[in-house]
Design a binder for this molecule. Sequence first.
Ligand SMILES: Cc1cc2nc3c(=O)[nH]c(=O)nc-3n(C[C@H](O)[C@H](O)[C@H](O)COP(=O)(O)OP(=O)(O)OC[C@H]3O[C@@H](n4cnc5c(N)ncnc54)[C@H](O)[C@@H]3O)c2cc1C
Length: 552
Amino acid sequence: MFEQTPPTLGNQYSDDLLLRSYLARVLPPDVLRDLEESLVEMGRLAGSELYELQLADRLNEPTLTQWDAWGNRIDKIELTPLWRLAERIASENGVVATAYEQKHGSLSRVHQCALAYLFTPSTDIYSCPLAMTDGAARTLLGSGNQALIDRAVPHLITRDPKEFWTAGQWMTELTGGSDVGLTETIAKEESGVFRLYGRKWFTSAISSQMALTLARPEGNPPGGRGLALFYLETRDELGRPQNIQINRLKDKLGTRKVPTAELTLDGTPAQFVKAATDGVRNIAPLLNITRLWNGISAVSLMRRGLALSFDYAHKRFAFGAPLSEKPLHRDTLATLLAETAAAFQLAFYVAELTGRSETREISDDDALLLRVLTPVMKLTTGKQAVMVASEVLETFGGAGYVEDTGLPVLLRDSQVLPIWEGTTNVLALDTLRALQSGDNDLKRGLARFESAVMSCVEDAAGANPIARSALDHAANWLNEAMRAGQPALEAGARRFSLTLGRIMEFALLVKHAKWSKEHEHDERAAAAARRFAASGIDLIGEYDDQDVNALL
Ligand SMILES: Cc1cc2nc3c(=O)[nH]c(=O)nc-3n(C[C@H](O)[C@H](O)[C@H](O)COP(=O)(O)OP(=O)(O)OC[C@H]3O[C@@H](n4cnc5c(N)ncnc54)[C@H](O)[C@@H]3O)c2cc1C
């Protein structure tokens, strides 16, 4: 009787040529030597213990117990075995801490993102609490609030699992996650302490010890400016919820290991992080970090899907040969690999810039570039992750659709990436704001973006005209839309931002290809760049706004 050999994983660092080639380019050899052991270890865990537990833990989900046997409200969250192990491994291996220890200066952010990239696909989105923990540490450190820094940051960035805290980020309310200026939660000052009253509609990783959240101090004006950023601890010293009721856990399409809750805050004590106003602006450092994590998670899930798919292609036979020898299957995989390689270069480039910003080694020009690329990278890689996950499932045929292969979760978990931390449309509009940050001139931001692209492709004869033509089309669209007015700018913002994302991915691939050819005698990155370009970079197209009215 026929038996199908299932796909397996090896050491997820040693097997990952994309990651290893990239690190060899951006890290000085002594730095790579110094940190490689940590990556080999994380690659081993991700391909063995964590992956085995992930498969075994498949049907487990976090639970909420609201009452104890004696009628006391306890709102206890029980995590699954995979998440409990993930928490320990994450803290011990410094998946957050590495970025703050800064052993290798700004490159520590790249190191940390490489750890996160290896860790994420085997831990069912434990990246979610880690991203918020990282973002909270960065926000507190930048706040100047020394009391809160001393109280919370050592817990957020420790390697000791017993001391380790995770952080929540409670922004979304029933009124909206995009338009958070509509936040209804009120902060009342009672006997010298601020207490929060309101409902939070999506609060992920509700098992966390602290949260950063938005509320409107009584008497403040409406809108985002009238909100303040607050710090709170979820439980008191006896482990009781601090006037927080967990109403229920969300029943979600994916991210099912993440306990995402609906909350009522009924007098929760909280403190200002920075000021009594400007909460939306003051929470931005957290969002920059969680958006970086989103991009790293996107490429890590794409890579996991392909690792399994490549392995399976050698083990599955059809029409007299393994799939790995079928020209059309090979062509399909090559396209997915090129898309993944492109997304990878952009996500890690944003990690490089973030690292330089954190160590204050970034020029004004590159700070502007980072401001533009953060939303562009998040929205572009989020969409790519869903597309690649969907195609990966198809490369397994029916097995890709069957739950106990552990494959469908790749698609369900990827689908959250374009939604949380800012949807594609919301980030496309943010890209327009980012381009004009500083001086209200959209074209200055675009000029900086153009020069970054052209510096990657300047001496690449084949690539230069491809990038130039897409850039010109983007610039022409921007000029025309600015002339036509705000509705035209908004209507085309998604196609424009995705095009910027794909242009930058292409340029970075070309840059890497040049290096890889010279130093590794490897043609793969060049092939990825060509294939990625053939898949289409310019998504601006020629759209008639009148058609929207005709259609809707
Ligand atoms: C699994 C999961 C976990 C989450 N965890 C958290 C969490 O821990 N903390 C937290 O704060 N939030 C969390 N969220 C919420 C998430 O951030 C929001 O769902 C998201 O920001 C969108 O907000 P919304 O759901 O209110 O949609 P809306 O804001 O109502 O948006 C609906 C649609 O309208 C579009 N849209 C909105 N404004 C515009 C515009 N101006 N122009 C064009 N299109 C527009 C959006 O792109 C979207 O497609 C989580 C969500 C999920 C799914």
